[in-house]
Design a protein around this ligand. Sequence first.
Ligand SMILES: Nc1ncnc2c1ncn2[C@@H]1O[C@H](COP(=O)(O)OP(=O)(O)O)[C@@H](O)[C@H]1O
Ligand code: SF4
Ligand SMILES: [Mg+2]
Length: 337
Amino acid sequence: MKLPPLLQVDSLHVRYPVRKGLFGATSGYVNAVDGVSLTLERGETLGLVGESGCGKSTLGRTVLALQRPSSGQVFFRNQDLFSLPPEKLKQQRRFAQLVFQNPKACFDPRRTVGSSVRMALDIQEMLEPSERDDAVAAIFAKVGLRPEHRFRYPHELSGGQLQRIGIARALVLQPSLIVCDEPVSALDVSVQAQILNLLRDLREEFELALLFVSHNLAVVEYIADRVAVMYYGRIVEIAPRQRLFENPQHPYTQALLAAVPSMDIARRDEPVPRLGDPPDPVHLPTGCRFRNRCPLAFERCAVSQPEAVEVAPGHSVACWAAMPAEPAPSLASASTN
Ligand SMILES: Nc1ncnc2c1ncn2[C@@H]1O[C@H](COP(=O)(O)OP(=O)(O)O)[C@@H](O)[C@H]1O
Ligand code: SF4
Ligand SMILES: [Mg+2]
């Protein structure tokens, strides 16, 4: 019997009011997540890509119940997160952790990093108190640090070392899911590959599912099993990694891929297509919200928003130009009408 997915997101909406000034009246809304449905299996890595401001972090935070949705549901380990009582929600939170973009900003500068990691165990009341320091030492070894690193303060460590400790703090709670929100984009390029390799190794060892958020397609291609492309609150394309990179169907995905610097020296001098200015998130275009930047836009695109349609197994696209052509009616069925 097939197990239900580890994570199931159904018709999720998150809407933020936009105010005039700090305490002013609401002047509009940003639909940061606007009808997202997706699933994530145990041990799977789903890459979530899109430009800055398209709602990736909001989706990641909502999946972790750090943000309440305006509507929709998140099922995690068979539980509807937003209908759980607080104590049950706290228990579930242990199994879903977050690794942040900027490791320097997410540790208390007055605590040693070891005590920050131990605090995660204290809050969740995991293990006997006497066992917790040993668990912290063991997890430091797993992320490639020495036991004495536990006694350092954040300012004494490099960005790469701090990100290892950010991963250790998530991992020490033995989660089944980690949301990695741009985990390498604040790091030097030379360190990025080390952290990505670490995440890949840990994922195997601990059978972790990752929701891997990034604006960088090259990073996602390296780590993801499947990739979802987000555009202003909506998933416009989702597919297994290889298929998405070899056969992108949505014009937005195609534009993002064309903008990735080519590894092929012969193609390095080809002009990179410009995507055009992003829309105002409070006043998105009617119909397809990509249409003011889309080279293929036609009349229908202004009238109604395309829903996602499966164009191949596991590959869905929300674009009028990518819809499979409707079969022409056969002569036999035509004559019976
Ligand atoms: N707490 C918030 N209050 C109001 N608007 C927000 C808040 N968080 C994010 N937004 C808005 O929601 C949109 C999506 O933001 P975000 O999820 O951070 O996107 P991304 O991670 O893709 O850059 C943006 O327009 C952003 O300004
Ligand atoms: S629906 Fe139309 S405007 Fe939107 S991406 Fe497809 S072709 Fe372009
Ligand atoms: Mg973000």
